[in-house]
Structure formats: C-alpha cells, structure tokens
Design a protein around this ligand. Structure first.
Ligand code: TYD
Ligand code: MG
Length: 454
C-alpha cells in the first residue's frame, strides 16, 4: 500500500509540526499534538462501499419547501425505550455514539437491539470473539436469522465485508478498537478514532445506512477521544447507572433528530436488559411499615413522571466535623438545603451527620426533588415517619420559600394514579386540575412544611 503522508497538528491552535512533541510551541498547551493524514489515500486502494442501486447524492441548493422530508423515515428498533431516546427510531444515514462505563451493559444493549431487528444487521466487534457474542446472544434471544457477527478491527476489511453483505444497519463495538491503514498510530489514539469515524460517517451518509458506535469513556466520564468526535456524530447517547444496582438509564446528550430530554430505563437481568415501562412502581418500595427518614418525590425525567424514594439519616456527629454525604443527589445542594433548614426552620443540624440516598441507584437533577429531601431530613431528625401516602414536588429557595416546578399537573396525575393521598406543591404553581382521589397541599414556606409534617 502506498505510504500516506501524515503530519502533526496542535488540536487547540492548529500549529503544524513535522514530528510529535509534548508541548505546542505556539500556544504552550500540553498534549494537544496529534498525527493526522494530509494526503488522501489513492482511490484504487479501496473505496467506501456503495449500496445496490443507490445513486450517489450530489449537493445542489434546494428551496426548503422542496426538500422531501419523508426520506428521513425512521427505522423502528423494536425497543420502546431505545426508540424513545432516539426520538422515534434510527434515522437512515445517521451516526449514533453510545458511551458508558465499562461493564454497564453497552454491548448487551446493542446486541439485544441487533437481535430484535428484522433488518439485515451487521454487528462488528473488536472486543469479543464470535463465540463469546454467540454465548451472550443465546442468553438474550436465540432465534434471529438477520444478524451477522463480524470480528474485525481494520476499517478497510470491514468495508469490504459490508460491500458483500449490504447490511441495513451497522453496529460497531467499539470505535476505540478500530484502526485504519492510513494512520500509523495505534488503535484508540485520537487520530485513529478521528479517521475511523470519518470513514464511517462517509459510508453512512453516502449509503443512507445508519451506524451505531460504542465508545469508551475516560475516568472523568467523557467519551474517550477528542471532543470533536461528539461534534462529528449525529447523536450521542449515554448509558449510565450504578453497577451494583439493576437499573440502567439511557439518555441522549446530543440529538440532531429529536429532543435530549427523553430517558430510557432498563433493568439488568440474567437474560439481558428488560425495558421498564412503569418505572415509578418499581422505584417505590412497597412496605407496610412506616419508617422515619423516607419521603417520595414526584420528579420528571424528560417528559416522563417518575416517583422516587428519598431516604435520609440524621444522627449525632461522633467526630468534630459533621459528615454530609449524598448518593444520587448533589452534595452541594444538600448542604444548601441543610443551611436553609437551620436558618429558616430553627433546626440545629450543625452538629449532626446527614446521609442522603436516592433509592434505585438513580441520579436525579430535577429541582422538584428538594422538598422530598427536606421532608426526609425532617422526618429522620424527629425520628417520626411521614404518612406513606404523602409525596412532594417543589423546589426550595435560599430564603426557605417553596418554589413552583414545571409540569406540576403531570406529576399530580402520576401520584394520583399510584395511589398517593396527598401531594405537597408550591402555592405559586398554577393548577387548574381538580383531582378526586388526591389532595393537593399548597405551601409557600418551609415553616408550613414543618407545621404540617412534624
Ligand atoms: P456488557 O454489555 O459487556 O458491558 P459493556 O459493553 O458496557 O462493557 O455488560 C456486562 C455486564 O452485564 C456483566 O457484568 C454482566 C451483565 N449481564 C447480565 O447481568 N445479564 C446478561 O444477560 C448479560 C448479557 C450481561
Ligand atoms: Mg462491551
């Protein structure tokens, strides 16, 4: 194969170097210099496969009214949660990147989706052998005749197979294991990732075949490789959850074809991931005893209401500095709520340890959970259980005011559906709803909550 000319560029200022060095001379940034191809490979070597009969798209300006949007009909993935997060299915010719921690279930999720698809699917794995994949597939769904497994890491070879097979959708596990002949650096390096993604994008756009990539993430939670990778793809999905819990959450961090508010919830089982269509019922523990320190929040994840149980434990601090720890909730926000309680409601929490836990291993950033957090802390502090059919949906402000939250009516309806008797919301929420089975308790200050529940 012809030697390809490469050179080194600084990723932050664009300065060019003949060889690699640690620091960029012009912008002084460290570790920003990467190798890139500057000479296009000879055309005779290989080409991006074409799809049978497909005419190559030529770009010509079109009036927006003349553009036929119906071409973008989505492919149903037959996985309701996956469809929801993507905005209704996979768009032909799109590139989707799925990121997540090791062992969270990325390969399981995509293999499962691949096995459900009625289209000709190519699952390319650079991480596991065909046998390993077959073993995994047997646990999930043993009978599918449309799914092809290829274990290969060289993009040129993958494209050769694609040319023969002509799949309707391609899944790659993972982008960090691919390598292209046109770059000398090892797989997983920035320039390899960029080059392989570029080739896949070209293939996806020219043949209108959707491609789904798995991406590893770094220690601090970002997708490994250059940030530019996230700009290049159409959709970035994040698969997250606590490995010790069974729930996994799929969310879109970027989506060119839909909203990023939607959320997919799965439960990891022995036979793969199960779609959870009624999350609230699972997240609330159904117990007969009333225990202190528990409160239920009516939160909203995307467009979906989600009832979540908050647990707090307040105890006398043994050491000089009291401990504050929160799982699934922002620790800074917990400190703020404790300060508000101290100042506005006269609670002496300064000498107490406070532990907070959101059950189910879920992380919540809906501010409407504040009121439930405060109620759980009050309940644990007094060691008195809240009525177990109470739930809460409001934000707490710095001056102890109870602030309104968005879509409160949707939350009220969900709480009513699940059999709660009372929901505490802000007085400033505009509610025209008149539900029969649930009482709406309006409050305006944190003191009101103290009077009502303690
Ligand atoms: P995997 O998809 O390999 O994770 P990733 O590709 O994100 O690294 O998932 C690995 C975990 O999933 C593994 O620890 C076991 C668990 N698992 C199940 O609990 N049930 C199953 O049916 C499968 C296939 C995996
Ligand atoms: Mg994997």
């Amino acid at each position: 194969m012809a030697k390809v000319k490469t050179t080194f560029f600084c990723q932050s200022c664009g300065a060019q170097y003949a060889k690699w060095q640690g620091q960029c001379n012009s912008c002084k940034a460290w570790n920003t210099i990467v190798e890139e191809v500057i000479q296009a490979p000879e055309k005779s070597d290989w080409k991006i496969p074409t799809k049978g009969g497909a005419t190559k798209r030529t770009s010509k300006p079109l009036l927006i009214n003349e553009i036929d949007a119906s071409q973008e009909a989505r492919l149903d993935t037959f996985d309701q949660e996956f469809n929801r997060v993507l905005g209704g299915g996979i768009v032909p010719g799109s590139l989707t990147l799925l990121g997540g921690e090791p062992g969270i279930g990325k390969s399981t999720l995509l293999l499962q989706v691949a096995l459900k698809l009625p289209y000709k699917t190519l699952y390319v794995s650079g991480e596991e052998s065909q046998k390993q994949i077959k073993m995994r597939a047997e646990r999930i769904n043993p009978n599918n005749s449309n799914c092809y497994i290829l274990t290969e890491t060289k993009t040129q070879n993958i494209f050769k197979q694609i040319e023969d097979l002509q799949p309707d959708i391609v899944i790659v596990d993972s982008i960090q294991t691919l390598h292209s002949d046109y770059i000398e650096s090892s797989s997983g390096s920035i320039s390899q990732i960029k080059e392989c993604t570029t080739e896949l994008i070209k293939y996806a756009k020219e043949t209108s075949t959707p491609v789904v990539l798995i991406g590893h993430i770094t220690k601090d939670g970002h997708i490994a490789g250059p940030k530019i990778l996230e700009h290049m793809v159409d959709t970035v999905l994040q698969f997250e959850g606590d490995r010790n819990h069974v729930f996994r959450i799929l969310r879109a961090n970027k989506n060119r074809f839909g909203s990023t508010n939607e959320l997919g919830i799965y439960e990891m089982q022995g036979s793969g991931l199960r779609e959870v269509s009624n999350p609230s019922e699972i997240l609330i523990s159904k117990k007969d005893e009333e225990l202190s320190g528990n409160a239920v929040a009516a939160t909203l994840e995307g467009m979906r209401p989600l009832m979540i149980e908050v647990q707090a434990l307040v105890s006398t601090a043994v050491y000089g500095t009291p401990q504050r720890s929160a799982t699934g909730f922002n620790a800074k926000r917990l400190n703020m709520l404790l300060a508000v309680l101290e100042k506005r409601a006269g609670f002496r929490l300064g000498a107490k340890d406070v532990f907070l836990n959101i059950t189910g291993g879920i992380t919540v950033d809906d501010p409407a959970i504040d009121l439930a957090v405060v109620a759980a802390i009050l309940s644990s502090n007094e060691d008195e259980a809240l009525a177990k059919d109470y739930c809460f949906a409001a934000e707490v402000g710095l001056s102890g005011e109870i602030r309104p939250v968005q879509r409160v009516e949707q939350r009220i309806l969900e709480a009513e559906k699940l059999g709660f008797s009372t929901i505490f919301v802000s007085k400033y929420n505009k509610i025209s709803l008149k539900p029969k089975a649930i009482k709406i308790q309006l409050i305006s200050k944190i003191e009101d909550l103290v009077d009502l529940i303690v």
